[in-house]
Design a protein around this ligand. Structure first.
Ligand SMILES: [Zn+2]
Length: 264
């Protein structure tokens, strides 16, 4: 139990995240996998859906590594990262090697809305992901699920999915979707006070070293970083473009130094 004087986290800094997890551990929770989860026990499933930034996910994975293991769900079919690329695969492998589980973040909207099609597609993506991360993929999380998928109680492609009632509607479920705990902070939930089983979902993009009041800035920052990476990669693959980029950088630097020059 936290002492009455302890500072309970309510923000979205990395320190807040670390304190949040610590509060669960102090309260006697055990962080478990979907396979181990028992709704009658003081169990918490710690889950991260990676919609944007793998490197932000690694930041969270490093924070957790000292106390808990969590589930990191990665998209295969996204424009925001590519887990087959050298740099992104390196990040996923680091998260895996910290002792966390890699699951499939499955975007059903990419496929025809038919049960047999979705089963086959999820199986196909799981097999690909398993070959990339060299580990069995035992759980699936839907990306922006339709209501029909939220009501699906059976497994998908032979794997448990995170919205099955035993993980979702039958227990307390907390999510920082869109950058806020809109249904109450996890530590304020009745289930937490009762030490009842919970599933805690966070999206690493929203958690930062320092407080960022405008949450949407975080997406802009991510996109700026991704754009810089792609420009560097384009330069590495095309010499004339590298020259053009260097000239643009030089011109920008020169403009900056002129702007900073004292008035005569
Ligand atoms: Zn998602």
């Amino acid at each position: 139990m936290a002492s009455p004087n302890s500072v309970l986290p309510r923000g979205f800094t990395w320190t807040d995240y670390s304190l949040l997890i610590q509060e669960f551990l102090n309260a006697g929770y055990r962080a478990v996998s979907y396979g181990e989860f028992d709704p009658t026990q003081t169990h918490v499933i710690i889950r991260h859906d990676i919609d944007f930034s793998l490197s932000k996910a690694l930041d969270i994975a490093l924070i957790e590594a000292e106390g808990v293991s969590a589930h990191y769900f990665v998209l295969l079919r996204t424009e925001f990262y590519n887990i087959c690329s050298h740099s992104d695969l390196e990040i996923v492998e680091k998260i895996r090697d910290l002792g966390h589980e890699i699951g499939l973040h499955f975007d059903a909207a990419r496929y025809e809305d038919r049960a047999d099609v979705l089963q086959a597609a999820a199986h196909w993506e799981c097999v690909i992901l398993e070959s990339i991360v060299s580990r069995p993929v035992t759980s699936i999380s839907f990306h922006r699920p339709a209501n029909s998928l939220l009501a699906m109680s059976n497994c998908l492609a032979g794997r448990q999915h995170t919205y099955q009632p035993k993980f979702f509607s039958d227990v307390a479920y907390c999510s920082d979707s869109q950058g806020a705990f809109r249904f109450g902070h996890p530590l304020d939930r009745e289930a937490f006070r009762a030490r009842a089983a919970m599933q805690l979902l966070t999206h690493p993009i929203w958690w930062t070293p320092e407080l960022v009041p405008d949450r949407l800035d975080l997406i802009d920052r991510f996109l700026d970083g991704r754009s810089s990476l792609l420009r560097r990669e384009a330069a590495a693959n095309c010499q004339p473009y590298a020259k053009r980029l260097a000239e643009a950088d030089g011109a920008a630097r020169q403009a900056g130094s002129l702007a900073g020059a004292p008035c005569l």
